[in-house]
Design a protein around this ligand. Sequence first.
Ligand SMILES: [Zn+2]
Ligand SMILES: [Zn+2]
Ligand SMILES: [Zn+2]
Length: 129
Amino acid sequence: MDVIEYNQSFGDKESVDFIANVLDSKFHTCLWLDGEGSPCNQVLEAKDFNAHLRSTHGLTAPSGSYPCCWYGCSSLRGAQKRPGLERHVQEIHLEYRWPCGRCDQVFTRKANLKSHLAGCPYPGNGGNN
Ligand SMILES: [Zn+2]
Ligand SMILES: [Zn+2]
Ligand SMILES: [Zn+2]
C-alpha cells in the first residue's frame, strides 16, 4: 500500500485536503463488468469514477440500489444504495486510504481521519506547540 508523504507543517485541514487531492488524481483502470462479463478497462482519474459509473454503467437513479459488478469483487453482498456503492468502490477498488500525519494510523474514510485528528494523542507540528 502506498503511504502518502505530506508536509509535516500542514494543519489538519490542509493535510486532509492534500490527501484528498492525491487520492482523487490517481489513475485507476475500471474493472466494472459489462453485461457480457468483460471488464470495462477504461483508465480514469479516481474523482471521475462516480460520473463514469453513472453514465457508462447505468447507475442512473440517485436513490436506486445496485450490486457491485467490479471484477472479482467479493466484499459486497447484494445491492447497495448508490451512495453506499460509490463509497464501497472508493474504499475497496480505488483503495482510498487516509493516513494520519502524526501517528501511524490509516483510515478508510475521510470522516474517520477527521474525527481521529481531533483526538490524536500526537500533537501536530502545524501549531508549533
Ligand atoms: Zn467503467
Ligand atoms: Zn466491489
Ligand atoms: Zn494520529
